[in-house]
Design a protein around this ligand. Structure first.
Ligand code: SAM
Length: 280
């Protein structure tokens, strides 16, 4: 049975070949055509699962031209799956132009959930996950990289970057330079593969740890950085915040902040500001 004529966005494993859903495999088996970044790379996955569907190269350099041809096929009633070399297509990978063209042409686009290095790394990093900003790759040139980090200096959300092993040290050095020694950094390496490691340290210590052994920068890397926290928040100890949180269950924030400041001899305004930000 073939799939309904639509563009299917199909995530593929980021290392461990078992990380692909049954639904993704069914779609790859049943569509008329699989558009992929590199046909030889995708052939390995397809042969592992004994899937014989034809493949078609769609990469950054030919995406516009190839998208037009794929849209024609889809309008003719064919079904197409889009995959990238690894993970979720369009996430630092080709496909944006194709999806946009399909939506403009009224073609259904169906996304299948699946592996993504950024989300997998974040879920195990131990950094706040309630709000995060995915920033793709940092610029390769030093000045542009420093400018980008400076732009993100006061960003309160957890930052996620993709990184190449060749540039990891330079990027972490730039993070130390702009964000200071103490900002928490997590390096997630080779996720789902044999040499998977997830290491978390304050920025300056992370730089020293990476410099001590080049093996620690090898392979595929997701670099994560704790978001900016205001000094007032840092200055408030866990004990003080506990009192504030308890008092807030019975009193308005203003009163709770004033009483907490009195009890702990701390700053009323900082407590009030913290309470507002934390939604107490
Ligand atoms: N679309 C993919 C996804 O959904 O994760 C990302 C493609 S991007 C071109 C490739 C980058 O993703 C790598 O340079 C690395 O930063 C990250 N990456 C991919 N697989 C990874 C893995 N197994 N462990 C750590 N990082 C990985």
């Amino acid at each position: 049975m073939s799939q309904v004529a639509a563009l299917y966005i199909v995530p593929t494993p980021i290392g461990n070949l078992n990380d692909i859903s049954q639904r993704a495999l069914d779609i790859l088996q049943q569509v008329d055509l699989i558009a992929c970044e590199d046909t030889r790379h995708t052939a390995k996955l397809l042969s592992h699962y004994q899937i014989n569907t034809s493949t078609w190269a769609l990469h950054d350099h030919n995406e516009q031209y190839k998208s037009e041809q794929l849209v024609k096929r889809l309008l003719d009633g064919q079904s197409v799956a889009l995959v990238s070399d690894a993970g979720t297509p369009l996430i630092s990978d080709p496909g944006y132009h194709l999806v946009n063209s399909c939506r403009d042409a009224g073609i259904q686009v169906i996304a299948i959930p699946g592996p993504c290095a950024a989300i997998t790394a974040l879920s195990a990093a131990g950094l706040p996950t309630d709000r995060f900003a995915f920033e793709g790759f940092l610029p390769a040139k030093e000045k542009a990289r420093l400018d980008k980090i400076t732009y993100l200096k006061d960003e309160p959300r957890t930052l996620i970057f993709y990184e190449s092993p060749r540039r990891l040290l330079d990027s972490v050095a730039a993070l130390v330079q702009v964000l200071g020694d103490d900002r928490q950094i997590v390096v997630a390496r080779e996720i789902t593969k044999t040499f998977e490691t997830i290491h978390s340290l304050p920025a300056a210590q992370m730089l020293a740890w990476l410099q001590a052994d080049s093996n620690r920068s090898r392979g595929e890397i997701v670099l994560m950085v704790a978001g900016y926290r205001s000094t007032s928040e840092d200055e408030l100890s866990a004990n003080v915040l506990r009192t504030l949180t308890l008092l807030c269950t019975e009193l308005p924030l203003k009163k709770a902040a004033a009483l907490t400041a009195e009890i702990h001899d701390s700053k009323k305004n900082a407590l009030y500001k913290y309470g507002l930000e934390a939604g107490l």
